[in-house]
Design a protein around this ligand. Structure first.
Ligand SMILES: *[C@@H]1O[C@H](CO)[C@@H](O)[C@H](O)[C@H]1NC(C)=O
Ligand SMILES: *[C@@H]1O[C@H](CO)[C@@H](O)[C@H](O)[C@H]1NC(C)=O
Length: 634
């Protein structure tokens, strides 16, 4: 084999489409025994348009165009069907676009062989076409976008595989480097697989904080070394995953609220609000009341999700004026924080004043001096402020007054002299009214009895009594009744009657009269004789049972009435056993006063009125007696 020549030529291609490429021509010829066999080698860039010149075969092989025609030049064993022989011009041209990457992949150099045959005489030329790489491919990533979920608590140094880009070009046109922007949190690191393949990973260099930046957008750029350089990019979206790295935070450290006592169940008192910077379950909060203050919170309930504190029991200002509750907010991850809730209970005028008797004498003597203490009362109002400020009073028309002694203690005193005989009992109502709005009141009635003192003397019904009795009465007969009344009460009013000692005609009154000390009935002790005594007076004493007793007396005039118990007595003429003779002159005329009969009667009144009558006369009535005067006439 002889080497004829080695050429080398450079083609300048069309500036616009393929600005920089080279084609090299190498011709090697060998003269064999009966035929010339030449080898031609062309180098052309890939991607030349159809019809582009590969090489001037006739020139390079020193063959005349006519020889090519007469020799019926043709290409054989060209499987790729990429080149074409223009026998008229003796040139080799591109039959169809050649893609180096398609033809050879990563193999380099990339070429294909074929033969050109001439007949008469038979000649065989071997032609090699090498396809040169042009930077017609950009590095490309498998995906347009990579999404990475990275926990915010990932520690620096953590690695995240991004994979690799592919650039089918070779040499400098192949993938050369990666870059990442922005590079605040991550750096790039190239790694090699066991099989030599390369990939890139992202390394965390500074800590993440979801609460600050929950999403990041980065761009990974792969660049080749071509001129100009081609790049491929992929967007990386980093979702920073929440970690429970934030505790709940209350909007206030101390909540202050107030609620009226007796507020109905369900009344909203306060709402605590806590927030948690974390998301999802890490930020999901539950409120509850701290065990330590649970006792205080019996009357409140806390809604675990809304943080609303509502009344659930009985609020009594008089029992508890303030509640302090610790409320804890806890996220599902277990981080917690507490706050204090101070609830003031506001007083409502729900307690009436209460009057209690501390000491009380329910009976006082009527002679108690003005200002005597009757009772000490205690007035209490459990409310506070004006609701517990109490005014007290009693009925001013009663003879009592009330005055404040100690705080909350009042003394009830008599305010004038009392008289049981006028009013024996008082109902004194003490009224206590508080100054709440509306006010509440309480009354207490003290029933005060006035006890009797023997301050009244018995008083007889009449200032003087007159009794009459017929003489010759039988002894023991009742002659009258006296009665005295005593305004006092009980023993003090129990009246007894006695005769006052006195003398009547030398006799003790007791020998004439007696009295029933209980009933006041007066009796005659003996029979009276009008002709001896016509009337007399005596005194009866009425005495009460008090100690000392009081008494009074009354005068009773007893009049003895006459009975016709005496016959008249003739005084003149003096009655003798013999006849009385009166001398009458003969000449006496009619009407001549003969004599006068004088008679008396010891009785009185009509019983003593006398009338005269002649009992025995002669045949002829010679004498007459004056009926009235006892004068006897002829
Ligand atoms: C006082 O009150 C009592 C009981 O209500 C009653 O029986 C009594 O008659 C009252 N007394 C007076 C003097 O009003
Ligand atoms: C009877 O009472 C009067 C006054 O009421 C008194 O002057 C008189 O002395 C009394 N008589 C006797 C005997 O006590």
């Amino acid at each position: 084999m002889y080497i004829f020549a080695v050429f080398s030529k450079m083609f300048e291609g069309k500036q616009n489409r393929t600005p920089q490429w080279q084609a090299r021509l190498i011709i090697v010829c060998a003269l064999l025994s009966h035929m010339v066999r030449c080898q031609v080698r062309y180098s052309i860039p890939e991607e030349m348009v159809r019809g582009s010149l590969i090489g001037d075969l006739s020139k390079h092989l020193g063959l005349d165009i006519r020889r090519l025609k007469s020799g019926r030049a043709r290409i054989v064993s060209e499987e790729k069907d990429c080149v074409e022989l223009n026998a008229d011009k003796g040139i080799l041209i591109v039959k169809q676009r050649i893609d180096r990457e398609e033809l050879c992949g990563h193999a380099s150099p990339c070429s294909f062989n074929f033969e050109m045959v001439l007949e008469n005489p038979m000649e065989l030329f071997s032609i090699t076409v090498e396809i040169l790489d042009i930077n017609d491919n950009s590095p490309a990533f498998a995906n347009k976008e990579i999404t990475l979920n990275i926990s915010e608590v990932a520690s620096p140094g953590a690695q995240f595989i991004l994979g690799s880009a592919v650039d089918p070009d070779v040499g400098l046109n192949a993938l050369q480097s990666y870059s990442l922007k922005p590079s605040t949190h991550f750096t790039l690191k190239e790694q090699t697989f066991a099989d030599g393949g390369k990939y890139v990973e992202m390394v965390l260099k500074s800590p993440l904080d979801r609460e600050e930046e929950g999403e990041m957008f980065l761009t990974l750029t792969a660049a080749d070394g071509g001129n100009p350089r081609r790049t491929g990019t992929v967007s990386i979206k980093v979702n920073v995953l929440d970690a429970n790295d934030n505790a709940p935070v209350f909007s206030q450290a101390v909540y202050k609220a107030s609620v009226l006592e007796n507020s109905p169940k369900g009344t909203l008192v306060a709402t605590v609000i806590a927030t948690d910077a974390d998301v999802g379950s890490n930020g999901q909060l539950e409120y509850y009341i701290d065990q330590l203050t649970q006792q205080n919170a019996m009357v409140f309930t806390l809604n675990p999700s809304s943080g609303e504190i509502r009344v659930s029991g009985l609020l009594d200002y008089e029992k508890t004026k303030q509640f302090q509750i610790n409320v804890i907010a806890k996220d599902i991850g277990g981080l917690s924080k507490s706050c204090k809730v101070v609830i003031e209970v506001i007083d409502v005028n729900d307690n009436p004043p209460v009057i209690a008797l501390t000491s009380f004498s329910n009976t006082i003597p009527e002679d108690s001096p003005q200002g005597t203490t009757v009772a000490i009362v205690n007035v209490k109002d459990l409310d506070s402020g004006q609701n517990g400020n109490v005014n007290y009073s009693i009925d001013h028309s009663l003879p009592f007054k009330i005055k404040s002694s100690l705080v909350n203690y009042y003394t009830l005193l008599t305010n004038s002299v009392l008289d049981r005989e006028v009013v024996s009992e008082y109902n004194v109502t003490v009224t206590a009214v508080d100054k709440g709005l509306p006010s509440l009141r309480h009354n207490k009635t003290l029933r005060i009895r006035i006890s009797d003192v023997n301050d009244n003397v018995p008083v007889f019904d009449k200032s003087e009594y007159t009794a009459r009795i017929l003489e010759n009465n039988s002894p023991g007969v009742s002659i009258g009744l006296v009665h005295a009344k005593d305004e006092d009460w009980g023993q003090n009013a129990r009246v007894s009657y006695f005769l006052e000692e006195s003398q009547v005609g030398g006799n003790s009154i007791a020998s004439l009269i007696s009295i029933n000390s209980e009933t006041g009935l007066i009796y005659a002790v003996r029979s009276f004789d009008y002709e001896q005594i016509k009337d007399f007076e005596f005194q009866v004493k009425a005495q009460d049972g008090g100690s000392p007793s009081l008494n009074s007396n009354v005068t009773i005039k007893l009049i003895i009435q006459d009975q016709n118990d005496n016959t008249p007595h003739v005084l003149y003429p003096v009655p003798t056993s013999s006849l009385v003779a009166e001398m009458v002159p003969r000449s006496a005329d009619v009407g001549y006063l003969v004599t006068k009969v004088v008679a008396v009667d010891m009785d009185s009144g009509q019983n003593a009125w006398l009338s005269y009558k002649l009992q025995k006369a002669t045949d002829r009535p010679l004498f007459e007696v004056g009926l009235q005067n006892g004068e006897i006439e002829e």
